[in-house]
Ligand binder design. Structure first.
Ligand SMILES: Cc1ncc(COP(=O)(O)O)c(C=O)c1O
Length: 425
């Protein structure tokens, strides 16, 4: 058999043979390459949490200190059994690709977890392991929605939903939520939107920490089913609740799509393990998408995560109690600071205070505080406290504080936020 002659390289500026013409073509090509611009789909807002993190890192690089209250990640590592299992897998070299849907012991254990926690029957074949909850909602959006579909995204809410939908050419229809409905959407609001194809919710919510009660969840899932709308329930903060536990959407609608992750309750943000569960047809579609985009999440993380569910979970329960103490402390402190007011969340590890009383004032260095972005910028500059502006989540003038950091950091930060607010004139 005669093999075809090799094709010339596709990137002309690496052509090393040929005369003048080839050389000048290469130069022109390089210029064209340099003037190319990013696709319009990248014209989304940045993920402000990461932007604040970057500003905080720059400040650290200048030798100044920073208290990190911007990132939603527990200040404790994964359980010892998880870490030990990761070591074992590395030592025994049982690495390599896994199937795209994730290793069978993990899918089976996740299904069992839904039975243990909520009493719902989930088929392991209807579970898809993903790269965190982020990997799950990106793959779910790709598999469930077509270009031009309309998906309801609550605001204030997690900003990556609408940005991802925008990237995919799917319309994000924003529902403005208010404190009167505990920052959760109502059927009346949905009815007013005209035909839609999907609704994504996170309960407990990021950034407000409010929760849908069981009967509200049922009303919304019933409405979605009756209207042929995908109900997508992001259950990433389940387990981190301070009163009633959060109900899973699968309890009310076996055809809902649930998204979850080991990032928060199991303290495994960097391990990048999440999952989607739902009707087998959509899971098969998600599998097709993931197998050709990211393939699967790390084999080491998958193996170790089985132990997150098999091992003792008592320490997580203790953590939730610690979070509760921190929540109470932070809410009390913030409500005693001039210019701020802070509702009490019932889940997750964020508070979302209003800074309305600071707007229109100036910092001692003369910087005007015209909105919440100015507020968080001034707070980082003057006091080294990193928090995220409310505009990032859709409600101004607010800011989000993560109390998943250490108690010592929180106490220090509350003192600095007070000093900053008292310094405004
Ligand atoms: C509501 C919500 N969904 C998804 C994510 C992403 O989580 P993961 O680390 O599992 O990708 C976050 C992270 O903060 C979140 O708050």
């Amino acid at each position: 058999m005669v093999l075809p002659a090799p094709e010339p390289p596709l990137i002309p500026h690496v052509i090393v043979t040929g005369g003048q013409d080839t050389a000048s073509r290469a130069v022109v090509s390089r210029i064209r390459h340099m003037t190319r611009t990013a696709a319009s789909r990248s014209g989304i807002n940045p993920f402000y949490v990461m932007e604040v993190m970057r500003a905080a890192e720059l400040r650290l690089a200048e030798g100044k200190d920073v208290l990190h209250l911007e990132v939603g990640q527990p200040s404790t590592p994964a359980a010892p059994k998880v870490i030990a299992e990761a070591h074992r897998v590395l030592d025994e070299n049982v690495l390599g690709y896994t199937t795209s849907g994730g290793i069978e012991p993990l899918r089976r254990r996740i299904a069992q977890h839904y039975d243990e926690w909520y009493g719902v029957d989930v088929d392991p074949e209807a579970v898809m392991v993903t790269l965190g909850a982020t990997g799950a909602f990106v793959a779910v959006f790709m598999a469930a929605f077509d270009h031009g579909d309309r998906v309801v995204v609550p605001s204030p809410g997690y900003p990556c939903y609408s940005n991802t939908l925008h990237i995919l050419g799917v319309g994000g229809v924003v529902i403005k939520k208010t404190i009167e409905t505990r920052f959760q959407p109502t059927v009346e609001q949905l009815e007013a939107l005209g035909p839609v194809d999907g609704l994504i919710l996170s309960s407990p919510s990021n950034p407000t920490g409010t929760m849908l009660e069981a009967h509200d969840m049922k009303t919304l899932t019933d409405w979605c089913r009756a209207n042929d709308v995908w109900f997508i329930s992001d259950e990433i903060y389940h387990g981190i609740t301070y009163g009633q536990s959060a109900p899973t959407a699968l309890k009310f609608d076996p055809e809902a799509i649930v998204i979850n992750s080991f990032s928060k309750y199991f303290c495994m943000t960097g391990w990048r393990v999440g999952y989607a569960g739902g009707p087998k047809e959509i899971i098969a579609a998600i599998n097709k998408v993931q197998s050709q985009s990211t393939t699967h999440t790390s084999s080491i993380s998958q193996a170790a995560t089985v132990e997150a569910l098999n091992g003792p979970q008592d320490f997580m329960k203790e953590w939730v109690e610690t979070f509760r103490g921190r929540r109470d402390y932070v809410v009390k402190e913030l409500n005693n600071i001039p210019g701020l007011s802070c509702p009490t969340p019932v889940g997750a590890f964020y508070v979302y205070p209003s800074c309305a009383g600071a707007i229109g004032k100036k910092t001692p260095s003369g910087m005007e505080i015209n909105n919440d972005t100015d507020f968080v910028t001034g707070l980082l500059e003057d006091e080294g406290v990193a928090v995220v502006q409310g505009v990032a989540f859709g409600l101004e003038p607010h800011f989000r504080v993560s109390y998943a950091t250490s108690t010592e950091n929180l106490e220090n930060a509350m003192g600095r936020i007070r000093r900053f607010c008292e310094s405004l004139v």
